[in-house]
Write a protein that binds this ligand. Structure first.
Ligand SMILES: [Zn+2]
Length: 231
């Protein structure tokens, strides 16, 4: 199966975002999402905290206003030192196509850091603008731009994962859920730390190349002008 990554790369190029946007304002939207998710009032969005819950509510509202319909909440439990509860937020765009593409990003971060921080043991709000407000913002921006891309070739699942930083629990639970409740997936794209994109170096890192059955076609069909590093 041959897919195009061009819609992703279009969103990574600031000038093209402006062209693609129906209201000329996707860049503003992208930055706004990062600023809100990374704000101090969300306290670093640690998994299963009230702050992660606030972030979930915000993402829910963004999906709702983008699609003018209610997104879904996928609740799950996971275990670390004790049992925890959390939720993924997702929206399924059903174009009645044969193939479905899932685009996801985790919205939790490490809260006050401590033993998960690079500054080990230091307590302070870790805002997580890069990891991973940036990925959620890109996922939401692509959801917003779907209409202007006018493709009905695929169904889409947009999903914001919880409880990622402490063990990939949200995405693991959602993978199981997908198998039972959603059409088979042809492609899964996960955005994580897309805020690292350097406009001058213009190198885009894509991981998981070997998981693509026909990756030679996948990477040939891009209009992205920078370097693509795959592994
Ligand atoms: Zn991450």
């Amino acid at each position: 199966m041959k897919f195009s990554l061009s819609f992703i790369f279009l969103l990574l190029s600031n000038s093209t975002i402006a062209q693609q946007s129906t209201d000329g304002n996707l860049i503003f939207y992208y930055k706004k999402i990062i600023q809100i998710l990374a704000h101090y009032s969300l306290n670093g969005r640690s998994a299963s905290s009230i702050f992660e819950d606030k972030a979930a509510k915000f993402i829910y509202q963004e999906f709702e206003s983008t699609f003018s319909a209610k997104p879904k909440i996928h609740e799950f439990t996971y275990q670390t030192d004790s049992n925890h509860f959390s939720k993924n937020i997702y929206y399924f765009v059903n174009n009645h196509a044969d193939s479905t593409i899932l685009i996801g990003a985790h919205y939790d971060h490490i809260g006050l850091g401590e033993n998960r921080s690079r500054s080990y043991g230091k307590k302070g709000i870790h805002n997580g603008a890069d990891d991973n407000a940036s990925g959620v913002a890109l996922m939401l921006a692509i959801a917003q731009s779907l209409n202007s891309l006018s493709t009905k070739k695929y169904n889409y699942v947009f999903v914001a994962y919880s409880a990622h930083e402490i063990g990939l629990f949200g995405s693991a639970a959602f993978a199981l859920f997908c198998r039972n409740k959603l059409p088979p997936l042809a492609l899964v794209i996960n955005f994580d730390m897309v805020g690292r994109f350097d406009k001058n170096a213009r190198v885009l890192n894509i991981y998981g190349k070997k998981t693509l059955l026909q990756h030679q076609y996948f990477f040939e069909t891009t209009t992205f002008s920078g370097k693509i590093h795959t592994s």
